[in-house]
Ligand binder design. Structure first.
Ligand code: SF4
Length: 743
């Protein structure tokens, strides 16, 4: 014989269970509308998975769980979704909340379910997933999502699994009837839950001794299984989770802890039944057994009721006489609450709808001052001090309320029941709990907001610091550049007329035969390029690419034309003799600064005219190169303005032959010309091989110098790096060409 423990306090209200047990379990016609709140459980509301106007089948998912702490919702019958909106819900506050409204089509057609012939073949994860997908939430209390409760922390080993069949509230008989009718399935559900939590040492079903038929049915179903049906004396509120654990195991759940932390898991018998249906038959939780009771009804009984059925519809099916009804209560007389709007729907946790007559449940007498007799403390099953809690609640002393373990109060109403002053104590505790939870939530929200604000401040400060560091670095760099600019600059000779003259003298004296060969090669290459580009244009589908190719073709054609002209000139003997070319160089070098500047202005003017013409052509034809040409024109205009300004300055200065003669640059030019003439004379006596060798040597020198300049520019981070690199590449190509010719 198993030992039974007693709990502190408790009361014995009149039973009144017989009224609803006189008739068998029944069903009622479907309501014209089913209203399914998105939050029928503790945790996050579900998220609609359907749209207005959508047709759904019975058992189809219509709202999905939002996160772990949530539960799915399914269509209780087939029909059409006609609204997703706020509707009044069954809650002591009388508030409205988001609901999915389903209009049944009367066909009650099921969606395809996924039954499992052999649940023993499924592992823990698969079983929990099936329970989660079925939208199970505790059916005997606050609606804790079952899948969450079946996944205790890894440190919490479940030693005892308890099925709660106590149903200690007067009037309510829903679990009693469930156990009488579905005992076998409840036991299967118990075994299934035991497997999920890791085969606990004991599986107990706790039932008060006022349910003999249910006890008999459950004991019969449990035969040959490890499930033990434990019967204990009736006392209210033995069905409280912590109280039942104490009665069956003698263990007390410490304040602020949960049963799993002492190795116990409690599930309602209705939840075990629903878990079995979900795993074995794939059925989601879309209906439940509810007690419909009260003397304002013509018929009192237990019914299968689809979730979402309006309370008004249930009452109508039971001969409801509104004029006789004191109030409509959801839940029992001890822990239930009154509702104002009978259109609120039945949800997963609705175990009873009461419509008592005025005689049956007369209005409570006016509350009197507390007599301090302490009967409430004697009745409290949680060993609290209800009298003190009442004072602190009145004074809104939240700290003291918490110090006196307000949150251990299970709101059983035993204290109110025994209170000689008829003080509705439990209402004060409910209100105080709601206020404290709200303040805590606001505090947490404010803490999170403060945290976010601090993090943002930190981010801004960091960004500011980085910005300031960059600004200082820029300032330092600017100061360094400024100080470098202010240093006296070495005189840089940008144009070395001597070197230029030498170069020209070196490259000029090619014999007619070599020049002819060279130009013929260039002509052939230019012709090949033109043909290649023409072919590419013909095959190109991309308009932008075709424009670019056309521009390249034009350039290639110009080059071809130019080469052809040079070749013609050479063949006709038009090429300038070396002497003439040297004379031209000499004239150029000997020109006065004023003449040089005039020439420069004239050259820029010519380039500008050509650029403007190209820009206008690009504009007319809408070419993508317009922007580049426009930019080029702007630059040339700026350059021209600069050159014209310099020319104006020079024209203001006196120009005399003496000045020119004294110009050391002109002396250098004269020397360069002399050297170039000597070189030309020497070249005239060289063999072609010697000339080639000399050209190679000179070009290699220039390549070396260009490389050195580029390296220097890269080291100093000069802006001319790109230009120097291009120049070097050209020289290297020229050298490669010359080396090829020598082979
Ligand atoms: S309502 Fe709370 S304080 Fe009152 S008896 Fe029940 S547990 Fe104790």
């Amino acid at each position: 014989m198993r030992q039974i423990w007693d709990i502190h306090g408790g009361v014995h209200p009149p039973e009144n269970k017989h009224q609803s047990l006189r008739r068998p379990l029944a069903t009622i016609p479907l309501a014209p509308e089913l209203v399914l709140p998105l939050n029928q459980h503790i945790g996050n509301p579900a998220v609609p998975a359907v749209q207005i106007g959508q047709k759904v089948l019975k058992g189809q998912l219509i709202a999905d769980a939002q996160g772990i702490f949530s539960a799915c919702i399914h269509a209780p019958t087939s029909g059409e979704i006609i609204a997703i909106e706020d509707r009044p819900i069954a809650h002591p506050s009388g508030l409205s909340a988001p609901c999915i409204v389903l209009r049944p089509d009367g066909e009650d057609r099921w969606t395809a379910l996924q039954p499992c012939e052999d649940p023993a073949s499924l592992d823990h994860v698969a079983l929990v997933e099936k329970i989660r997908a079925a939208g199970l939430a505790g059916m005997g209390g606050a609606g804790f999502p079952t899948a969450v409760k079946l996944n205790p922390r890894s440190t919490d080993r479940v030693e005892t699994l308890i099925l709660n069949g106590t149903e200690c509230e007067p009037y309510i008989t829903a679990d009693d009837v469930l156990m009488r009718v579905y005992a076998d399935e409840i036991i299967q559900g118990a075994l299934l839950l035991a497997r999920i939590v890791g085969t606990p040492k004991e599986i107990l079903v706790g039932i008060e001794d006022n349910k003999p038929e249910a006890i008999a049915a459950m004991q019969k179903a449990a035969q040959g299984t490890p499930v033990e049906v434990v019967v204990f004396p009736t006392k209210y509120p033995s069905g409280g989770e912590k109280q039942l654990i104490q009665i069956l195991t003698g263990k007390e759940v410490p304040s602020g802890k949960i049963p799993a932390q002492i190795g116990v898991l409690v599930q309602n018998v209705g939840t075990a039944y629903a878990a079995w249906r979900a795993v074995r038959y794939g059925e989601p939780l879309i209906e439940r057994i509810t007690t419909v009771v009260g003397e304002a009804l013509g018929v009192q009984r237990n019914i299968h009721v689809p979730i979402g059925t309006p309370v008004a519809h249930v009452l109508e099916q039971h001969g409801f006489a509104a004029s006789r009804c004191a109030r409509i209560i959801i839940g029992g007389p001890m822990m239930g609450y009154s509702i104002e709007d009978p259109q609120v729907p039945v949800v997963k946790t609705t175990n009873c709808i009461m419509a008592p007559s005025i005689e049956e449940m007369p209005p409570a007498p006016p509350a009197q001052a507390c007599h301090r007799r302490g009967m409430c403390a004697e009745a409290c099953p949680a060993s609290l001090l209800p009298q003190q809690l009442y004072w602190y609640a009145q004074a809104e002393d939240h700290q003291r309320l918490q110090n006196h373990n307000l949150f251990d109060c299970i709101e059983c109403g035993a204290c109110s029941f025994v209170c000689p002053s008829a003080i509705p104590l439990v209402q004060y505790y409910r209100a105080a709990k709601t206020t404290i939870r709200r303040i805590d939530a606001e505090k947490q929200k404010a803490d999170r907001a403060r945290e976010r604000f601090e993090q943002r401040k930190e981010r801004i400060a960091k960004a500011e610091a980085e910005k300031e560091a960059k600004r200082l670095a820029r300032k330092k760099a600017a100061e360094e550049v400024k100080s470098r600019l202010e240093e006296p600059k070495p005189v840089v000779v940008t144009v070395d007329p001597v070197a230029s003259a030498q170069e020209k003298a070196q490259t000029a004296p090619e014999d007619a035969d070599s020049q002819h060969k060279k130009l013929a090669r260039q002509l052939e290459s230019a012709q090949i390029r033109v043909q290649h580009l023409q072919q590419q244009i013909a095959e190109c589908d991309d308009a932008t690419r075709r424009d670019a190719l056309t521009a390249q073709l034009r350039q290639a054609e110009l080059k071809l034309e130019e080469t052809r002209k040079k070749l013609d000139d050479l063949e006709r003997g038009v090429s300038l003799p070396l002497e003439q070319r040297l004379q031209n160089v000499a004239q150029k070098v000997q020109a006065s600064p004023l003449d040089t500047q005039r020439n420069a202005v004239a050259t820029i003017e010519k380039r500008l005219a050509v650029a403007i013409e190209k820009m206008e052509e690009a504009g007319r034809e809408g070419k993508p190169t317009l922007a580049a040409f426009t930019q080029g024109v702007e630059k040339l205009r700026a350059k021209l303005a600069e050159a014209q300004a310099e020319l104006a300055e020079l024209e203001k200065q006196p120009q005399s032959p003496a000045d020119t003669a004294a110009d050391p640059q002109n002396d250098a030019a004269a020397a360069a010309i002399a050297r170039a003439q000597a070189k030309a004379a020497a070249a005239a006596t060289m063999s072609p091989e010697e000339k080639h060798a000399e050209q190679l040597r000179s070009l290699r020198d220039r390549v070396e110098k260009a490389r050195a300049k580029l390296a220097e520019a890269e080291t100093s981070g000069s802006e001319h790096v790109a230009a120097l690199r291009t120049g070097l590449e050209k020289l290297e190509a020229k050298l490669a060409d010359l080396e090829q010719q020598g082979k």
